[in-house]
Design a protein around this ligand. Sequence first.
Ligand code: HEC
Ligand code: HEC
Length: 301
Amino acid sequence: MRRWLRWLGVIVGVLLVGLGGLIAYVWFSSESMLAERFELAGRAVEVPTDAASLAEGKRLATARGCTECHGLDLGGGALDVGIARFWAPNLTSDPQGAASRFTSVEAWELAIRHGVGAGGRPLLMMPSDELVRLPDDELGKLIAYARSVPPVSRPARDHELTIIARALGVFGLFPLLPVTVTDHALAATPKPPRGPTVAYGEHLVRMACVGCHGEGLSGGRIPGTPDSIPEVANITPDPETGLGRWTEEQFKTALLTATRPDGTAIDPFMPAKSFAAMDDVELSAIWAYLQSVPARPKGGH
Ligand code: HEC
Ligand code: HEC
């Protein structure tokens, strides 16, 4: 019995030392990840000042998801994901806001399309892996709009990372530092012109939908997500589990109102408030592209 107890003690001791070691490893690796600096150069884009461009910048700030995190007034907002809490900073011309702290267009481009902040610091949770696809003209209008909105003064908060978030970040299961998974070359590739075309639709879907619906658009569980996050729907033309029986009108209504043809609500995990700001050209293009992809059964991403 006593020998058995002694062994139990040894096993528990080894496990505790192992756990301590793992925590220390995660802590130091995540600190060194956060301390890394990225020497990327931002690229200038033209920033318009006319009223039509500012109005379009305002629409894009919602349609492209910025207001989801930075707040409807762009004054900054908290992003609570359970295992961590992030602060999406103030983008207005308040003295604390990016529009007054950023002195060059290049700094905006670097932050938005590459996820790199002042001094080469990696920006946490800023989705540059998707936003790297923003065309120059949209980027210019977004910057113009941020510079023109009324300044907002809101106390900023620090990011709060639990050890779990750090561990998932270190093992690549959580998009802590989008700069490291951004295909930076995409910033300079030509984009299809805006129009209700399959090509423009593919561009939008790659930027706004594949992150959740998967490369093949057949949905399923997003790898590494907890059960509280719903399974993602199949949006290929599969008639059983996909959009095969939907009409274009039903699809547009679903995106604008987060409601399916049968009247049920689409889970708010999908950023429907952003999609409600999409215009008819964008929705028509997305529909055209979704009609063109091969039907796949649900799942497998
Ligand atoms: C998923 C949430 C999210 C979305 C969507 C998002 N951002 Fe961010 N953004 C952040 C967070 C969080 C930071 C701060 C990261 C840090 O400081 O480590 C940030 C940082 C920035 C910065 C740098 C600000 C500074 O003071 O350094 C700019 C500029 C910016 N975002 C613009 C945008 C624009 C424009 C869009 C839309 C096209 C957008 N963001 C969409 C979360 C988001
Ligand atoms: C943040 C993740 C996320 C993003 C980004 C996203 N979706 Fe979804 N989408 C979901 C989830 C999750 C569901 C299933 C929700 C439910 O079960 O209620 C869904 C459901 C749908 C549905 C309803 C389909 C059905 O059969 O119920 C459509 C249509 C849809 N998405 C289209 C899109 C399009 C188009 C885009 C890009 C413009 C997009 N989604 C971007 C997560 C996302």
